[in-house]
Design a protein around this ligand. Structure first.
Ligand code: ADP
Ligand code: MG
Length: 615
């Protein structure tokens, strides 16, 4: 039989590679800008004609190339940026494949001029469809200029696929924005058909964003900063009220490289949960810095998709950092429970802890009048400053009581706290609570009607309480007359061992945790002895089934699990005072509108909406 396999000639191989790297003029812009940055340029000029179809030229003041390198740079797999396969995981440069110039030269007319600082003269190379037309010595300033003309001149089909100049120019500008946002310390100028269309001087990040997207952007930005061992986050999110109908301004940069990540985008969207009008998307400009070893950039030809070693943790950190910022800057009553307890949570009060401040979201307000919203804010404040500490003391002093009924435990054992409305005139209004189907608590409010889901609301209340206790590490215990012995499998005991310290912070006292036995001599005051085994079983089950992407801290999980076990359930009938108490406690929470598992705790219906129903 005859052999049929042949090696493709270089110019064909280059054209094939070009198909991956160069889809449109904007791809050329990206590659050339990135080369300029890799060359250490501080000032970069981009010149385009006919949206880049006729000309894309990038002029930089970077380190330039020697005559030999200038020639070599057009060879496929010719790169100065990596030497071994291992270097792929230590990347500090944008490029590394050595493919871009070879690919571009295969499908366009390219003119390169370059000079190194130490040389008197530079080199000029003209190359057309992979063929060198000329190489000369030229007088040219330090740096490199690459002009790419007549893109796809030898592949008419590809040229015909290009969109209108408006569309292609949009892509070009998008690429420029991405690169310019990642490098505010580099100046960029862009000329389109002979006139200057962008001039971005060297600046800081905020200024760069404003220079690109306009002065109005400045007031919309909320800074996000987080510095952990595995991830540094810096940048801005745009306040939720400016969220857009289209996914326009969403920028992630990982080690200064623009990347697309639906997964990380989801982290941001979920941090905005409850703050966005439906159908709108948050805008953000976020820079993530990670160890280059922990990412793989070599999974996509255009390098806009990358693989992270530990995506789940990045997700959790990102979400929590954004939530934290939105909360801190008074955007929403957000308390960041999801962050790892070893990070600085708002509950992570040290000895010199400041009295916590409370964030009140004024835009969310079922009670329309400002006066009432202020009263509510004041009520929150009271509860959160003196309130919750007293509440705790209250628990302790009354902890000797033996409570039979769970709801009584919750409702009797606490100090009466600030009411929702703060002043007596309006207090009457909450007295009109009504329990519906042993499931919902309905109350008249100024604007109409409030309906609370009792199970979810109580979970939220207990969850915040447990978290406070755990981070304050001062929970009160109720000692048991006889040690409680519980039997578990070895694996389950392992889980309990891991959570032992956190459990102790909630008030559990263990006298023995051995292979298959857990012996308890003290339980949190809010936990009846009869519930202990259920709580621990539920906890073990929750840890085992922990949703991987959530990556919650053990503390958080424990608080959630205990809240779930102990909350008054649907079906339980509540006395009037219990209903009111639940309502008050819920609105004293930091994040009253959702349950610990992020479901709505209440809804409101305005009189207007009711009126409409009677039409
Ligand atoms: P890569 O960037 O992946 O290395 P390219 O084909 O884009 O591959 O470039 C090949 C080589 O040419 C680079 O490694 C670099 O050494 C050199 N080079 C390209 N553009 C420039 C530039 N603007 N300034 C200096 N050197 C450059
Ligand atoms: Mg390159």
């Amino acid at each position: 039989m005859t052999d049929i396999i042949q090696l493709l000639p270089d110019h064909v191989a280059n054209q094939i590679a070009a198909g991956e790297v160069v889809q449109r003029p904007a791809s050329v812009v990206k590659e050339l800008l990135e080369n300029a940055i890799d060359a250490g340029a501080t000032s970069i000029k981009l010149i385009v004609k006919d949206a880049g179809k006729t000309l894309v030229q990038v002029v930089d003041n970077g380190k330039g190339m020697s005559a030999t390198d200038a020639r070599l740079s057009f060879e496929r797999h010719a790169t100065s940026k990596i030497r071994t396969a291992n270097d792929l995981f230590q990347l500090n440069t944008k490029g590394f494949r050595g493919e871009a110039l070879a690919s571009i030269a295969a499908i366009a007319h390219v003119e390169l001029k370059t000079k190194q600082e130490s040389d008197d003269v530079g080199s000029a190379i003209v190359i057309e469809g992979s063929t060198i037309v000329s190489q000369d010595v030229v007088v040219t300033p330090k740096g490199t200029s690459v002009a790419v003309k007549n893109l796809f001149f030898n592949i008419p089909a590809r040229r015909n696929f290009l969109k209108s100049n408006t569309v292609e120019l949009r892509h070009v500008i998008d690429e420029l924005h991405r690169v310019a946002l990642a490098h505010p310390n580099i100046g960029f100028v862009m000329y389109n058909n002979g006139s200057e269309s962008f001039n971005l001087p060297v600046s800081n990040y905020r200024q760069r964003i404003v220079n690109i997207f306009g002065n109005k952007t400045n007031e919309k930005l909320v800074p996000v900063e987080e510095d952990t061992e595995i991830l540094k986050i810096s940048g801005f999110v745009v306040k939720p009220e400016y969220a857009r109908k289209t996914r326009g301004e969403q920028f992630f940069f990982v080690n200064d490289r623009f990347v697309k990540s639906a997964y990380l985008n989801h982290a941001i969207v979920s941090a905005f949960d409850g703050l966005l009008k439906s159908g709108t998307h948050p805008s953000y400009f976020l820079n993530l810095t990670v160890d280059p070893q922990s990412i793989d950039i070599n999974i996509h030809p255009t390098k806009t998709e990358i693989k992270f070693d530990d995506e789940h943790t990045l997700y959790a950190l990102l979400r929590s950092a954004v939530k934290h910022s939105l909360g801190q800057f008074n955007i929403a009553p957000i308390l960041d429970f999801e962050r790892d307890s070893s990070l600085d949570t708002p509950y992570n009060y040290g000895k010199n802890a400041k009295v916590p401040t409370i964030e009140v979201d004024r835009s969310f307000n079922p009670f329309k009048e400002e006066a009432q919203s202020q009263a509510r804010a004041a009520a929150f404040k009271r509860e959160s400053t003196a309130g919750w500490e007293n509440l705790y003391v209250g628990l302790e002093s009354k902890g000797t009581k033996t409570h039979q009924n769970l709801s009584q435990v919750e409702f009797e054992s606490e100090e009466s706290t600030g009411t929702l409305f703060g002043d007596n005139k309006t207090v009457d209004k909450i007295n009109t609570t009504y329990q519906l189907h042993n499931k919902y608590i309905v109350s008249a409010i100024k604007s109409g009607m409030l309906v609370i889901d009792q199970y979810r609301a109580h979970q939220r209340i207990l969850y915040e309480d447990f978290l406070k206790n755990m981070t304050l590490k001062e929970a009160a215990s109720q000692h048991l007359l006889f040690p409680l012995q519980l039997h578990f499998s070895t694996q389950d005991v392992d889980i309990i061992k891991q959570l032992k310290t956190d459990l102790e912070h909630t008030g559990f006292i263990f006298s023995n945790v051995s292979e298959e036995l857990v012996e308890i001599i003290g339980v949190p005051v809010s936990v009846p002895e009869s519930e202990v085994s259920i709580i621990l079983e539920q906890l073990v089950c929750d840890v085992e089934n922990q949703i991987p992407e959530a990556h919650f801290s053990a503390t958080d999980l424990l608080a959630k699990s205990m809240a779930k076990s102990l909350a008054i359930k649907t079906g339980q009938s509540l006395q009037k005072d219990e209903q009111e108490h639940l309502l008050n406690r819920l609105f004293a929470c930091k994040e009253p509108n959702v349950s610990p598992s992020n479901r709505k705790t209440f809804i409101t219906m305005s009189v207007d909406e009711l009126d409409k129903k009677f039409f």
